[in-house]
Design a protein around this ligand. Structure first.
Ligand SMILES: [Zn+2]
Length: 484
């Protein structure tokens, strides 16, 4: 550790953060970090419990005079995203994170820093260690595996926490108060495909839709970007019958939670029709570029050499392209509580259909802050898929966290912020999953809110956290504790 890190304020928080940075803690490998937290809490005289999945719960008694107040839970996650720059020799299984000070921010040498959520974990530990802070009874909950499946929060036992309210410490923008998130559910529609030998005398070509921006299927779903899987379906619907094409395969998208950037189909065309097909594709590319405009200017539609020995029977191929065109994608509803927030959406994420395999699969990821809306949209996808002869299965569902801007927790945090900094917080919710959604499912009626210091480019080796913002975060947190 370089000398300048030892003088950072607040001292206890930074000291814990730097200690934690020496312990490898990739997602699903948090045992050492959990043992360190439990050991430190025990040393401080707190009551410590572990659950089977690896979460740690620490109870600290109220400070003198605060015993009559309801308990408050503080929560952060132990794991961190492990990303490094090409050529960085760092071994995330054993090496300490190399934290360094770059002017007003802290960074790591060539790797993610783990300020997400190491600062939150360190802040909770500093509260547990304090002798002079006023606070109600504290339950500090340290969860595992937030970053690759939320399994720590998802396996939380009902009844473990006793506090009726929870402050999550995993937000990434000073002055913002997060009060809601979306739940999600995967829908996979699949069907068998009738297959025929490829007709003789045709040219196999690979029709590609590419150059789109893609992005996160929740956070970027309202950004007006093109969906390569949808566009592939639309292009094929426009040219297959007109040019008597046969389809051998369709493939596009690779992650449920990413808007598809690329998709392609292997088609067979009579050589005499290839020039007319190319001309039509050129016109379609111009039309779609005009439609997408500045939202997604990079669209390109191309034909390359392909290969196929079998084709999908024409009727079944039409069923697949029909589902790609008719299946929902994009924003379904906006939030009535928070301006600009998407409430319900779905991402037409992946298509994989192949004459060689004789099967087609189309995947959607549906999100909503309202569980009933999420289920309704997933059911609509299944109904549309059934019309095209697909059978749909839903899986991996997790609940949303409905914003309650009038809750006591929101009023408490916002009131303290107003008194300290002379302005209200920016109240927001995000259209993606957070641990609070899962915690709220296990603890109905739990009042929750989330705060954190400003950090940037989390989940990348460029991750950095503002030193001044951590100090402001600590002032806010300790003032909340004094009022709670
Ligand atoms: Zn986080």
């Amino acid at each position: 550790m370089s000398a300048d890190l030892g003088t950072l304020e607040p001292r206890a928080l930074w000291s814990y953060f730097l200690d934690l940075s020496r312990i490898p803690r990739s997602s699903k490998n948090e045992a050492a970090a959990a043992a360190w937290v439990a050991g430190e809490a025990t040393r401080l005289g707190c009551e410590v419990e572990r659950d089977a999945i690896g979460n740690v719960l620490v109870r600290k008694r109220a400070s003198p005079g605060r015993e009559g107040r309801p308990a408050l839970a503080l929560q952060g996650h132990l794991d961190m995203v492990c990303e490094k720059n090409e050529g960085t020799p760092h071994d995330f299984e054993k090496d300490p994170i190399q934290v360094w000070r770059d002017g007003e921010v802290l960074r790591a040498r060539g790797t993610t820093l783990g300020a997400d959520n190491g600062v939150g974990v360190a802040a909770a530990l500093a509260v547990l260690a304090s002798r002079d802070l006023a606070h109600p009874a504290i339950e500090a909950l340290f969860t595992v595996d937030e970053e690759t499946g939320l399994t720590g929060a998802n396996n939380l036992k009902p009844g473990w926490l006793r506090a009726p309210r929870l402050l999550n410490l995993d937000s990434e923008e000073e002055g913002e108060l997060t009060i809601g998130c979306a739940g999600g559910v995967d829908t996979v529609a699949s069907r068998a495909l009738a297959v025929e030998a490829a007709p003789a005398g045709r040219t196999a070509l690979r029709l590609r839709v590419m150059g789109l921006k893609g992005g996160h299927s929740g956070v970027d779903i309202a950004a007006g970007r093109g969906n390569a899987v949808r566009l592939l379906g639309q292009v094929l619907e426009a040219v297959v019958a007109k040019h008597d094409l046969r389809i051998a395969a369709l493939k596009g998208g690779n992650k449920r939670n990413a808007i598809p950037r690329e998709a392609s189909a292997v088609v067979l065309v009579e050589p005499a029709r290839e020039a007319a097909l190319r001309a039509d594709l050129g016109a379609l590319e111009r039309d779609w570029k005009a439609a997408l405009g500045a939202f997604d200017p990079g669209l390109a539609i191309a034909l390359e050499p392909g290969a196929a020995t079998k084709v999908i029977a024409a009727g079944d191929a039409r069923a697949v392209t029909g589902l790609l065109v008719a299946g929902p994608h994009g924003v379904e509803a906006m939030s009535p509580d928070i301006p600009g927030l998407v409430q319900t959406s779905t991402n037409l994420a992946i298509v994989d259909a192949d004459a060689a395999a004789g099967r087609a699969e189309v995947c959607f990821l549906t999100r909503s802050a309202i569980d009933a809306s999420k289920r309704a949209l997933a059911a609509r996808i299944a109904a549309i898929a059934a019309l095209a002869g697909f059978e749909a299965r839903h899986s991996g569902g997790y609940p949303g966290w409905k914003p309650e801007p009038g809750s006591g927790m929101v009023k408490l945090v916002n009131g303290v912020h107003q008194a300290l900094f002379g302005k209200p917080m920016v109240v927001k919710a995000i259209h993606a999953g957070l641990e609070c959604g899962l915690i709220g499912e296990k603890y109905p009626g739990m009042e929750m809110a989330s705060i954190g210091p400003s950090m940037w480019d989390a989940h990348t080796p460029d991750e950095r956290v503002s030193i001044a913002s951590v100090a402001a975060f600590w002032r806010l947190l300790t003032a909340i504790l004094a009022q709670a």
